[in-house]
Design a binder for this molecule. Structure first.
Ligand code: G6P
Length: 606
């Protein structure tokens, strides 16, 4: 999704802005641009494609002590240099925008009638002209008037050519932070963009505007009242966000999972139980009331929620519903009394998930819990109960360690609710023992790396793949298919294996790889029968078999053995080889693993 960086300093800010954009690349984008004020004139550089292409275009002799920069993820208008931000109005106002202006057509019609000329197809350019139309020397006042007319979601950064010491920014629905330096101040879509220049941040709240200059800043609420916000010092270091010795962030993040899971568990469990109040002091009171659970999430986080549905219904004997946020937020759902609302999100900024939480009729629920990876995110700040997954920064668009730590967190949630409702202590200690063993088991599965890399070659020329699973492994198959399609662009679909004969079997032939994870559980025999159905049609099976779940006559099938004996954490472990498979298929197909085409890491528009 779009990324914003802005700076006001006593030095040239172009390199700070370019580095900031590089650090936002992971969000996903198709073009980039930068505007600087030099000698009271706006200068602009824009490029289609990567930030590197923008960097070579920026004139090295072009200095500016104030500037705004942007990575664009196209919504209105194709990816092109003309549609790239910053957008100008009459060579006076320059603006960058993240989000969508829903009523831009009406405003554009009015501005056209007033003589404004449009150079792009974007909704954003409308806002630049609207601000210009109100500008009479006071940039804050002009932005306030314009914002009052806008419908939709936005983060904005605005500068004006004849004031090289003022940058105005605002947020409504899209994240924006203010970075505080020494005699220089910044704004950005997230803290990672500014880590090389500061570790002190202010997180703007919904509707806030901020005016920053070299030596000062002031935040205003949506009514224009000045307000104070806390200054936070982040512990993230600028180096935390690099690839180390790995070729891709995704591979690094796959390999970080043992540590991420250990970090997620640290201080939260004893040797046989989950500690009290890991969800906060209010949690016990709320969990005692819970009669059912509604989980809402998007993408990979949705799959984590789907796994939790199986766990929660089995462990707690309570109904658990799971729904994608973009559907849930717009439909009339029936909420039985004492439902707990759970949101899952790596970024904590996913627009649909946030909207589902914000629009919730809280009086119908007994409480809300968010499981999230980014402590400074909107979701965390707006939820009553929170559990941080502690996966550390996840940069690869395809989510890996965020998923496995979400699953661990969901087991902690199930136990925490179960504890206050007299859940069987033996089951609790069984799960906790498995959780303690999990980091070591993940490490051992990573040794399958080379074997899976070799298997991946079989997928290079394939156009489709089927992923099968049963029970709690159906959502794991969904996640495996999602990973493959996201980064290798192979069409991959997941099916509950029992549904094979109701349609997908028609697609099975020698050209269709069928990937199956076989846990040694009560559904193993049924799964083996489904696999026979595939073999009988000439399909090629790729089987990831847990201990005790191997095929008796593997024949032509490719079998990867996973030597872990587990009950509850099995789906977490099953995820690892599927991540490696999609990674190596993508590498061998030569796709952009960390920033796959058309996708974004942080989906801040609906
Ligand atoms: C995007 C990302 C996915 C992620 C999904 C939900 O589609 O590419 O990796 O699973 O958003 O994001 P969230 O931050 O809410 O987990």
């Amino acid at each position: 999704m779009c990324g914003i960086v802005g700076a006001v300093a006593q030095r040239d800010v172009s390199s700070i802005l370019i580095e900031g954009l590089r650090r936002l690349e992971y969000r996903g984008y198709d073009s980039a641009g930068i505007a600087l004020i030099d000698d009271n004139k706006l200068q602009r550089f824009r490029a289609l494609g990567k930030v590197n292409e923008l960097a070579v275009k920026v004139n090295p002799n072009q200095a500016g002590a104030i500037g705004i920069a942007h990575t664009r993820w196209a919504t209105h208008g194709v990816p092109s240099e003309n549609n790239a931000h910053p957008h100008f109005s009459r060579q006076k106002i320059a603006l960058v925008h993240n989000g969508i202006i829903e009523n831009y057509k009406d405003i554009r019609t009015k501005l056209l009638a007033d003589g404004y000329e449009f150079e792009s197809e974007t909704d954003t350019e409308t806002v630049a002209h609207l601000i210009e139309s109100y500008f009479d020397g006071d940039l804050l006042a002009a932005v306030q008037k314009a914002v009052d007319q806008l419908e939709g979601t936005f983060g904005l950064g605005v500068i004006v050519s004849d004031d090289p010491n003022t940058l105005v920014a605002c947020r409504k629905g899209s994240p924006l932070v203010v970075g505080l330096g020494i005699k220089e101040n910044f704004v950005a879509s997230d803290v990672s963009a500014l880590l090389p220049v500061t570790n002190r941040f202010i997180y703007l709240e919904e509707g806030d505007l901020v005016v920053i200059s070299q030596n000062d800043y002031q935040v205003y609420d949506a009514n224009g009242e000045a307000k104070e916000l806390t200054i936070n010092t982040t512990e993230l270091s600028a180096d935390a966000i690099n690839k180390g010795n790995y070729k891709h962030y995704m591979l690094k993040e796959i390999h970080e999972q043992a540590k991420a899971v250990a970090d997620c568990l640290e201080g939260r469990i004893s040797e046989n139980n989950v500690l009290d109040s890991v969800f906060g002091p209010e949690s016990e009171r709320i969990f005692k009331q819970v009669e059912q659970i509604q989980i809402v999430a998007c993408g990979t986080s949705y799959h984590a929620g789907y796994v939790a549905k199986y766990w929660i219904e089995e462990l707690l004997g309570r109904p658990c519903a799971i729904e994608v946020a973009s559907e849930f937020r717009y439909r009339q759902s029936v909420v039985p009394k004492d439902t707990l609302f759970v949101t899952l999100s790596q970024s904590g900024e996913t627009a649909d998930t946030l909207a589902a939480l914000r629009n919730l009729p809280m009086e119908d629920y007994c409480g809300s819990v968010s499981i999230c990876n980014v402590p400074e995110s909107s979701l965390v700040r707006e939820s009553s109960l929170v559990l941080m997954t502690r996966a550390g920064p996840e940069i690869g668009v395809a989510s890996t360690k965020a998923f496995t730590t979400q699953l661990v967190s969901l087991l902690l949630l199930a136990i925490s609710i179960g504890k206050v409702r007299s859940m069987d202590k033996t089951i609790i200690s069984d799960i906790v023992r498995e959780l303690i063993a999990l980091p070591r088991q993940i490490e051992s599965l990573l040794f399958l790396d080379k074997q899976i890399e070799a298997i991946a070659e079989n997928f290079i020329d394939k156009h489709h793949a089927l992923f099968l699973g049963r029970g709690v492994h159906y959502p794991i198959a969904m996640e495996g298919a999602l990973k493959l399609k996201e980064i290798s662009y192979i069409h991959a679909e997941a099916y509950p294996a029992g549904e094979l004969k109701h349609g997908p079997l028609a697609l099975v032939d020698a050209e269709m790889p069928v990937v199956v994870v076989t846990p040694n559980d009560g559904l193993l025999e049924k799964l083996h029968s489904n696999m026979q159905e595939v073999k009988a049609r000439g399909g090629k099976l790729y089987v990831f078999a847990h201990q005790g779940a191997k095929l008796e006559e593997p024949g032509e099938d490719v079998v990867v053995e996973m030597d872990c004996e587990t009950r509850w954490t099995t789906p977490i472990l099953s995820t690892i080889p599927l991540q490696l498979l999609s990674y190596y298929v993508a590498v061998q197909r030569g796709t952009d693993v960390d920033q796959p085409r058309n996708l974004a890491k942080s989906v801040t528009v609906e």
